[in-house]
Write a protein that binds this ligand. Structure first.
Ligand code: S3P
Ligand code: PEP
Length: 431
């Protein structure tokens, strides 16, 4: 699908989309928590759909009426010999340790960019916990046969926090007692805060976070009268999927560049990593008012900013769009975190923004965006990466000519309503 963004000024109010990070975790937590869970504000992105399908294949009963998702579960009891994670890095890395809770042999598969993303973690770690693993040299498909036996283990957190998210859930589900997961060089730490937050809300056993270096599952927490009285694991529980700071970052940048808008549905106290976008927006000098129930944002002469995105790598694409309109060189740190996303994002941003007339330099872990020179109309390509498509769309709002995005449907991975939301804000978008 091709989408063309015509130069536009935007205005109005928009409700943020549901966070796939919050929604996918909720599916996994509902699966292992046992009992009935009601999940409000469910998302409908491809990654959300993958998580719902996996939950069902691992034994959950999933009923989705659009406004509410109801999951009933007796724990992981697979009803299928294969799960398919689509293109979702979080789903494969979070659900594979949950697959390993069962003694059934299962194949874990995926598609698109996921086929080339590294999964060697499982070859190295799961066998230490009694799980048989066969992979295609560290890539998909994976054949997994548990059950996992929690014990003290050390894992590497430098490539992705998502493996740790899966391990924490699996340890909690198997009632890990007096054991620690030690993690070296953990990156994307706020995503672990989100995992722990969801685990708590679903009444799972939450480990003690020792400075993001070790996560200790105590002997007694879960059995204590107090914890089971507060959040009994088999009770009915309700969870509301958070508004998505990662998707909203594109809307907020659109406001800073192309018109006064209001974004609703974002929790400023959320553990989500990407709420850090507010810092860059405040630093670049746009007009912004942050209130508990909404964020108002609008354009002003924009100045360059310096931002460290090591812990929130998904902010690179929207921040590159923002930096393109800032008058001078903006510096974003953390490019090494981008190599294994849906595309090699530092390179794809450099190549696609070059088509729009923006020079991006890559130096070690730094990205330097030469902004303020004006953007030209061009045809760009999503590179099958939702965040590249959204970054180009937002950048196109104030380009000198039309910006056409090829394979624009990549947005379905996280934010299927993105172009519609731009249209609601008055952007001139041809679908
Ligand atoms: O846990 C999550 O929901 C995510 C964690 C991050 O990945 P890494 O931990 O690999 O950086 C992020 O990039 C991804 O989009 C979603
Ligand atoms: C990298 C992303 O997601 P995942 O790793 O879950 O596929 C993303 O949404 O940008």
């Amino acid at each position: 699908m091709k989408v063309t963004i015509h130069p536009s000024t935007i205005t109005g109010t928009i409700q943020s989309n549901a966070s796939k990070s919050s929604m996918q975790r909720a599916c996994a937590a509902a699966l292992v928590a046992k009992g009935k869970s009601i999940i409000k504000n469910p998302g409908h992105s491809n990654d959300d759909k993958a998580a719902m399908d996996i939950t069902q294949r691992l034994g959950g009963t999933v009923t989705n009426n659009g406004n509410e998702l109801i999951i009933e579960s007796n724990g992981v009891q697979p009803v299928s010999s294969e799960i398919n994670c689509g293109e979702s890095g979080l789903s494969i890395r979070m659900f594979t340790p949950l697959v390993a809770l069962s003694n059934h042999a299962l194949t874990v598969n995926g598609s698109g960019s996921l086929v080339t993303r590294p999964m060697d973690f499982f070859d190295e770690i799961l066998p230490q916990l009694g799980v048989q693993v066969k992979s295609n040299a560290g890539k998909l498909p994976l054949n997994i046969q548990g059950p996992i036996v929690p014990k003290n283990i050390t894992i590497d957190g430098s490539l992705s926090s998502q493996f740790l998210t899966g391990m924490l859930l699996a340890y909690a589900a198997s009632d890990a007692n007096d054991v620690s997961i030690t993690v070296t060089n953990l990156k994307s730490k706020p995503y672990i805060d989100l995992t722990l937050d969801v685990m708590k809300q679903f009444g799972l056993k939450v480990p003690e976070n020792k400075n993001y270096e070790s996560f200790y599952f105590s002997k007694s927490d879960f059995d204590s009268a107090q914890s089971s009285a507060e959040t009994p694991s088999t009770s009915l529980r309700t969870y509301t999927v958070e508004g998505d700071w990662s998707g909203a970052a594109f809307l907020l940048v659109a406001g800073a560049v192309a018109g006064n808008i209001v974004v609703k549905g974002l929790d400023v106290f959320s553990p989500q990593a990407d709420k850090a976008v507010l810092q860059a927006l405040m630093d670049c000098g746009c007009v912004i008012s942050i209130q508990p129930e909404q964020i108002e944002i609008g354009p002003a002469p924009l100045k360059p900013f310096h931002f460290n995105a090591t812990e929130c790598p998904d902010l690179f694409p929207p921040l590159v769009a923002l930096a393109s309109y800032c008058n001078g060189k903006s510096v974003i740190e953390g490019t090494t975190r981008l190599t294994h996303k849906e595309s090699n994002r530092a390179l794809t941003l450099q190549e696609e923004f070059a088509k729009l007339g923006v020079t991006i330099e890559l130096q070690d872990d730094l990205m330097i965006v030469h902004g303020g020179g004006g953007l030209k109309g061009a045809t760009v390509h999503s590179r099958h990466d939702h965040r590249i498509a959204m970054a180009c769309a937002v950048a196109g709002l104030k380009a000198a000519g039309d910006v056409t995005i090829e394979e624009a449907e990549a947005i379905n991975k996280s934010y299927p309503d993105f172009y519609e939301h731009l249209k609601v804000l008055g952007a001139n978008v041809s679908l």
